[in-house]
Design a protein around this ligand. Structure first.
Ligand code: SAH
Ligand code: SF4
Length: 365
């Protein structure tokens, strides 16, 4: 009853949610149970959203659950540790405790007509160290397993009564620093007998890890790719994002252009606006010149973060930057105020909780 290699996690017990139905069948058969139990288990976890502490799966024999537990598996890899009150627009942030005491944030973003987007974390912390990011500042603990990633969506589906329309891998962590687990989680979310979320409704956001972009281009998946750019020149980008020194902007943009040529899907560039730092008319002009291939730009006003001196530009400056890009023929959008009141930048709830309750933070660094 060994776990499939690709679903394995250094942490035990490992999440059963990280297994596809066929893999679950092998596991169940190895435990001496009938294979149809796997469909029951998969259904409870992925369609009926059993993902939190205290959940039960009535028609699954207790002996099977006990024997899976003895082999190092759990159906409850997440426990809700904290929840922020709903902010403007209904946005809510959940903090989940993982089995080893680490914690991650998941954000629920209700949209129009009852639609809902869930923003999930792929790592507890992040090793990319972006200057303006609360997660980057809180250090790195470990990567999440596929089961821990997909369980955040399952837990959100449970909280929301099943209405999940979009998933964005834009929470804590860098998906391409945890490529295999992130992609496995996306494929699990895709399963028609589970959540059934279409690939086009799933967005992966990367800080620009070029080999990850190249790999994704070869996956034959219809997922949306977002790339965090945040500056129009390599020099300025390097002051905000250490990753620029490893995979420079020119190579990054070439990889994005090749991705679009191969997949016929447009890349969205995320650009966090910081007052006086990257929001000038010259920045907009240089950005429009650099992004000379078909793509989209999503402008995000900075959410102020402790330990980063930058400030959010005022609304007029943001609108001006947007208009200048649009005038130059760019497909660009501006994220207006939603979530600002909620510490919208991921990593802040976890950081605050750790500061307030160090004893409860388990093995977090
Ligand atoms: N690691 C991935 C995905 C997680 S970060 C990435 O960097 O793309 C998700 C997005 O939030 C990124 O575009 C990131 O730059 C942005 N972000 C982080 N901190 C922010 C802040 N304080 N204000 C606004 N956007 C922020
Ligand atoms: Fe990591 Fe993304 Fe934050 Fe950079 S912005 S530190 S890559 S989570």
């Amino acid at each position: 009853m060994n776990p499939p290699e690709s679903a394995s996690s250094p942490v035990r017990p490992a999440a059963l949610q990280g297994l596809f139905r066929g893999e679950l069948e092998e596991l169940v058969a190895g435990a001496g149970e009938k294979r149809f139990r796997a469909a029951q288990l998969f259904g409870w976890m992925h369609a009926r959203h059993v993902a939190c502490e205290g959940d039960a799966m009535p028609n699954v024999p207790k002996a099977l659950v006990a024997s899976l537990a003895a082999a190092g598996w759990t159906a409850t890899p997440l426990a809700l540790a904290a929840e922020s009150p709903a902010a403007e627009g209904g946005t809510r942030k959940l903090l989940f405790r993982l089995v080893d005491g680490e914690s991650v944030e998941t954000v629920l973003l209700p949209g129009a007509e009852g639609k809902c987007t869930v923003c999930v974390s792929t790592q507890a912390g992040c090793r990319m160290g972006c200057a303006f990011c609360a997660t980057g500042k809180s250090g790195f603990a470990r990567s999440l397993s596929a089961g821990e990633i997909v369980s955040q969506v399952l837990a959100a589906a449970k909280v929301l009564g099943g209405r999940i329309d979009h998933v964005v891998l834009m929470g804590m962590g860098e998906p391409f620093d945890n490529y295999d687990a992130s992609l496995r989680a996306v494929r699990l979310m895709n399963c028609p007998e589970g959540l059934g979320i279409g690939a086009r409704k799933i967005t992966i956001s990367t800080c620009g890890i070029v080999p990850g972009i190249e790999r994704l281009a070869g996956e034959g998946m219809q997922v949306e790719l977002a790339v965090s750019l945040h500056a129009a020149t390599p020099e300025k980008r390097a002051t905000l994002m250490p990753v620029e020194r490893r995979w420079g902007m020119d190579g990054l943009l070439a990889a994005c252009e090749a991705y679009t040529a191969k997949t016929k899907r447009l890349v969205t560039f995320e650009y966090t606006l910081v007052a006086g730092l990257n929001d000038t008319a010259e920045d907009a002009d240089t950005l429009a010149k650099k992004l000379s291939f078909p793509c989209k730009v999503n402008l995000i006003p900075l959410s102020p973060v402790e330990g980063f001196a930058g400030e959010r530009p005022d609304d007029a400056a943001c609108e001006k930057f947007l208009a200048r890009l649009v005038r130059r023929g760019m497909k660009a959008t501006l994220r207006r105020s939603r979530g600002r009141a909620l510490d919208a930048a991921c990593g802040q709830l976890r950081r605050r909780l750790r500061a307030a309750r160090p004893a409860a933070a388990g093995s977090e660094k």
